[in-house]
Design a protein around this ligand. Structure first.
Ligand code: GAL
Length: 813
């Protein structure tokens, strides 16, 4: 650092990625805007813009008569902004086909040729000043089988619907005319057995950098903590794509989260011939490091740099955390401290928007899980969105990061390698998963050998972590379980103790646990509407109730902990019903993130908050004097229940359980008073009048005018006294004024066939058991935005937002 001139030092530490002449050395330009979209057709090549008729691959750049041709007129295609999930926009389609059911009854897949191929086009220009640079397109996720062309030149196919990919486009860029990207997305084939969305549903970027550069995901940073200091190891792969050989120097700085310089690695000289690449290993010492933890997720920045002489020619900023993780037979230890895994499994979709989540939604969802006391997230069953991991890094949530399919063929090995390289710098990732319930292979020698191959590759790419595999097997030590370092249990919680006795050295993790099916706010089984009661009483035969697994995990050190199936309801896998049920009931929260009653069970035993919660609601006109089972979830040691001021008895709360009273119904107030460590905590449920207005609860009131930031607005029906009306089902109309747009509505009803979004016309949604939600995305103009809600019989209400002028990323602290 001594040798560096002050000007360079300033640029180095605080500047954008620019060199000493003020030119940028690396840019990552968001490419979500300005896309055109049209359905193709998997059965009819003419309707598929001649794909399959025109001989595209006979000559390079040949694209005429297709939508790949730059001259193709896409004026009548729909204009849209990414991320985009076309599946969520389609109406529901009843079908006897089990895969259609499991994918949420959306007309996507081989049976639906007209709505399973999507074509995307984007026109863009590149300034001739940049003609010596390199360019690449980065797609963070397309579902699925995406073929990409630029200016008619084929860039290749990415099969995976989950692992992102990058394509160098330098040779195809036209600096004097418009350029066109064309993407053909083929969602006719499923990858999973749950709702997967369809289209370019994650962020897309244009990358610009110099001929000598760090390769994609080519900087690996990890650390070792010893006494009062940490050694930060940096492994950077540098490539020279210029036409002649040159000498470069590679250095790396560590900054704290405020950008303050902490330390630098020795500068390494490297001579690279044209086309050559090399991996350089460096080390930076960090004295008295602030460790990343669930409670204090402190993030440092690594700034690796390539220089040619004094000139900076590549520079990146990578957030990382310094922490230690050990996964042992007696627990997970983060920075030497035992952490019981209190995890949830989740798919990627959310109410209203399907799989196309603005980045803000990742923070919103992880925030809700943290609020419940959860400390871990399993990306079941596929590579996560980069911003999900960013949110977990920022908010302090451990991640079990999973490969979609257990397979060691080149295609899947490549997916696995890309998954690890993309995600290994995230401090939140504590464990890899090589697969889930591979019923055809998990106990045979094929499964065992595939697992061994994947595990060996994992160790090479990331020696700092280990792996598990999610097995739906009881006390079975055969095949994958014989070789996987951490044995995962999907359900079969009753067999964990026996397995431990037989294999005391192998760490044991509940990779899928619980799975009570509940419908928010419903208290009677309803086979017509396909609803299940909202208490911990119904679980599928293969699964368990919350109170059957969590006490075992909580009270035995040989359980590392477990992941509930699932944190949020998700589309598809309607269980235990079929149509009209279109989404799962497994969530602790519904698809909007509204808590169900079981949320309070987990919150009582997972968080350190005071929790006391009564269910059901207390509006049972017509059931006077009939006994109603009242549940109280709480972490108080004793709870006393009162109806209209009269005590119904005080009870001791059993650890990791709940309390019940049978109460003959009378309108009025049900009140629970708990005593927690000598303190009184209480809650009540009142019989209400009918709903008279809505309470609007926005997740924030200031949005950034960057065209991407989003806000969630939740609506709760209340009566004239402001009491929540838990049975209201009014139809709500939404109107938005200002530079912002609504992108999705939902209410958590797993049998609702209402539209989630409105490409034209008025936006509306019914309340489901008193609640609904709208998601709004900011435009690019600063100003005010006002959301007005109207409904027959309810007072009109509104909420305003400030959209603040900024082009900064709203949520990437
Ligand atoms: C598991 C599976 C999950 C989900 C769940 C439903 O067997 O791993 O993806 O299907 O069952 O209960």
């Amino acid at each position: 650092m001594m040798a560096m001139r002050p000007f360079l030092l300033a640029l180095f530490l605080f500047g954008a990625c620019v060199n000493s002449s003020g030119q940028s050395v690396r840019e990552k330009i968001n490419f979500n805007e300005g896309w055109k979209f049209h359905f193709g057709n998997s059965n009819d090549p003419v309707k598929d813009f001649n794909y399959g008729i025109a001989n595209l691959f006979a000559k390079t750049g040949r694209a005429e008569r297709t939508a790949i041709d730059n001259k193709f007129d896409d004026a009548n295609w729909r204009s849209l902004q990414l991320p985009h999930d076309w599946a969520v926009e389609l109406p529901f389609a009843n079908s006897d086909n089990l895969d259609v059911k499991d994918h949420g009854y959306k007309p996507v897949g081989g049976l639906f040729p007209e709505t399973s191929i999507g074509w995307y086009r984007k026109h863009f220009s590149i300034n001739a000043v940049d003609s010596g640079k390199r360019f690449a397109l980065q797609f963070d996720g397309i579902f699925r089988n995406a073929k990409v062309w630029v200016n008619g030149y084929y860039l290749g196919t990415n099969e995976s619907g989950y692992v992102g990919f990058t394509r160098d486009i330098t040779d195809y860029v036209d600096f004097h005319h418009e350029n066109v990207i064309t993407v053909r997305v083929d969602a006719t084939q499923y990858e999973g057995w749950f709702y997967e969305g369809a289209g370019i549903y994650r962020n897309t970027w244009l990358l610009k950098y110099n001929n000598a550069h760090f390769v994609e995901d080519g900087v690996f940073v990890h650390s070792k903590v010893e006494n009062t200091q940490a050694a930060v190891f940096v492994e950077s792969t540098v490539k020279n794509e210029g036409l002649s050989g040159k000498e470069f120097s590679v250095l790396a700085n560590v900054l704290d989260r405020n950008g303050k310089y902490i330390g630098q690695a020795n500068q390494e000289k490297v001579v690279l011939n044209a086309g050559e690449s090399r991996t350089i290993k460096q080390m930076v010492m960090v004295p008295s490091p602030k460790l990343w933890s669930i409670e204090q997720p402190y993030l440092y920045r690594l700034v690796p740099v390539i220089k040619s002489g004094d000139e900076i020619i590549d520079k990146q900023t990578i957030r990382f955390g310094i922490r230690t993780v050990e996964v042992k037979a007696n627990g997970v230890f983060l920075n030497g401290k035992h952490v019981k895994i209190k995890g949830t499994n989740n798919h990627q979709d959310h109410a209203g928007i399907g799989s196309s989540l603005p980045d803000y939604m990742q923070y919103y969802r992880i925030g809700l899980l943290k609020e419940m006391g959860s400390n871990a997230y399993r990306t079941s069953h596929h590579a996560p969105t980069p911003e999900l991991l960013d949110a977990c890094d920022s908010l302090g949530m451990l991640v079990l990061d999973e490969q979609r399919l257990l397979n060691s063929s080149p295609e899947y090995m490549d997916q696995f390698e890309r998954l690890i390289k993309k995600d290994r710098n995230h401090p939140s990732v504590f464990l890899w998963s090589i697969g889930n319930e591979e019923g055809y292979a998990q106990t045979n020698s094929f499964g065992k050998r595939i697992a061994q191959t994947l595990l060996a590759r994992q160790k090479e790419l990331d020696p700092t972590r280990t792996s598990t595999y999610a097995a739906d097997l009881a006390n079975v030590f055969k095949g994958i379980n014989e070789v996987v370092p951490v044995r995962g249990f999907n359900y079969r919680q009753f067999s964990v103790a026996d397995y431990h006795k037989d294999h005391p050295e192998q760490p044991l993790l509940g990779t899928e646990m619980g799975s009570t099916v509940t419908t928010r706010g419903i208290y009677e089984k309803d086979t017509i509407n396909a609803y299940v009661p909202d208490q911990d009483i119904t679980a599928p035969w293969w699964a368990s109730k919350a109170e059957e697994w969590w006490p075992l995990a909580a009270e035995n050190d040989f359980w590392l902990g477990g992941f509930i199936w699932t944190g949020f309801d998700y589309r598809g896998e309607p269980t235990p019903y079929i149509w009209p049920n279109i989404s799962s009931h497994f969530g602790i929260m519904d698809a909007c993130g509204f808590p169900k009653n079981i949320y309070y069970y987990y919150q009582s035993w997972w968080s350190d908050k005071d929790v006391i919660h009564i269910s059901p609601h207390w509006n049972w006109t017509g059931k006077e004097n009939q006994p109603i089972k009242v549940w109280v979830n709480s972490n108080a040691q004793q709870v006393e229940l009162f109806l209209n001021g009269k005590s119904l008895g005080k009870k001791e709360m059993p650890l990791n359980k709940h309390l019940e009273w049978m109460v003959p119904y009378q309108a009025g107030t049900l009140k629970a008073v708990g005593y927690r460590n000598g303190r009184k905590i209480e809650t009540s449920r009142e019989t209400t009048e009918t709903a008279s207005s809505l309470v609007l609860s926005p997740s924030k009131t200031v949005l950034l005018a960057n065209g991407q930031d989003a806000v969630v607005v939740n609506f709760t029906a209340v009566d004239s006294k402001g009491r929540e009306v838990a049975i209201a089902d009014n139809l709500i109309q939404f109107k938005l004024e200002g530079d912002a747009k609504m992108i999705g509505v939902g209410n958590g009803d797993p049998s609702s066939h209402e539209a989630d979004n409105f490409l034209s016309g008025n936006w509306q949604r019914k309340l489901f058991n008193g609640k609904c939600q709208v998601i709004i995305q900011a435009g690019k103009n600063a100003g005010n935005v006002k959301l007005t809600v109207t409904s027959e019989g309810l007072k009109t209400n509104a909420v305003s937002f400030t959209v603040a002028g900024s082009t900064q990323n709203a949520i990437n602290p």
